[in-house]
Design a protein around this ligand. Structure first.
Ligand code: ADP
Ligand code: MG
Length: 227
């Protein structure tokens, strides 16, 4: 493991304005995540999970506090550097899969590579095949997403997150739309990828049943992470 954490968060606060009132979502979060770690953040709906993932993923900015990613202070990056970081070092997986229905499985997985102009078509194809193999969907490469089960769709989304060879994969309730057997299969797949590919995973869930499976468990309650 690297001595410097991959993610370092210090006293991060974030509120949302709703008309005249401010809704506090994060109230001073401290967190370190080492490279190669597999962490699950457990908390009830509204506890601040998505807010924290969006901040780590550089999709949104904190009101106060500091976030370092891979040794860089995120606030010091300009818009272009931040989107480079997001596109090249971070993969995202969502509860609702977010696949493009008119594109095949392989085309969905290839999407994040299309904004990396240095990759040739042959390199892209090779990356896509490798990601397809990683999630066990090679035979489905030409299928459209609506021909697949929920678990298979989430595998496609995981392959799409992997294909850029990111340092971190953030997953926001990736099993919430799946039955419990499929949910456990998806967790097994993520654990396997964490071991084999040494990708750092940070995912959140409201499902306490997933706790036993995972190395590091954090709890978030009303915008604060408890020990
Ligand atoms: P979780 O993902 O754990 O369900 P969120 O991070 O989505 O929690 O939300 C944390 C709090 O912030 C909740 O009170 C929620 O209602 C509020 N919130 C989240 N997003 C917004 C928004 N865009 N506008 C106003 N309030 C929001
Ligand atoms: Mg959420």
């Amino acid at each position: 493991m690297d001595s410097q954490p991959l993610i370092r968060i210090h006293q991060v606060q974030k509120s949302y304005r709703l008309g005249e009132v401010m809704i506090p979502a994060l109230k001073g979060v401290d967190l370190n995540v080492a490279g190669g770690e597999f962490t699950v953040l457990i908390g009830a709906s509204g506890s601040g999970k998505s807010t924290l993932l969006n901040l780590i993923g550089c999709v949104d900015e904190p009101d106060s506090g500091e976030i370092w990613f891979d040794g860089q202070a995120v606030a010091a990056l300009n818009e272009k550097e931040r989107s480079e970081l997001r596109n090249r070092k971070i993969g995202f997986v969502f509860q609702s899969f977010n696949l493009i229905p008119v594109l095949s499985v392989a085309e969905n997985i290839e999407l994040p590579l299309l904004i990396q102009p240095e990759l040739s078509a042959a390199e892209r194809r090779q990356r896509v095949e490798s990601a397809l193999a990683d999630v066990g969907l090679a035979e489905y490469r030409h299928h459209l997403p609506d021909r697949l089960s929920g678990g298979q769709r989430q595998r496609v989304a995981i392959a799409r997150a992997l294909v850029t060879q990111p340092k971190l994969i953030l997953a926001d309730e990736p099993t919430a739309n799946l039955d419990s057997k499929t949910a456990h299969m998806i967790i097994d797949l993520l654990l396997d990828l964490n071991r084999k590919r040494n990708v750092t995973f940070f995912f959140c869930s409201h499902d306490e049943k997933l706790i036993g499976r995972v190395g590091r468990v954090l709890h978030i309650v009303d915008g604060l992470i408890s020990a």
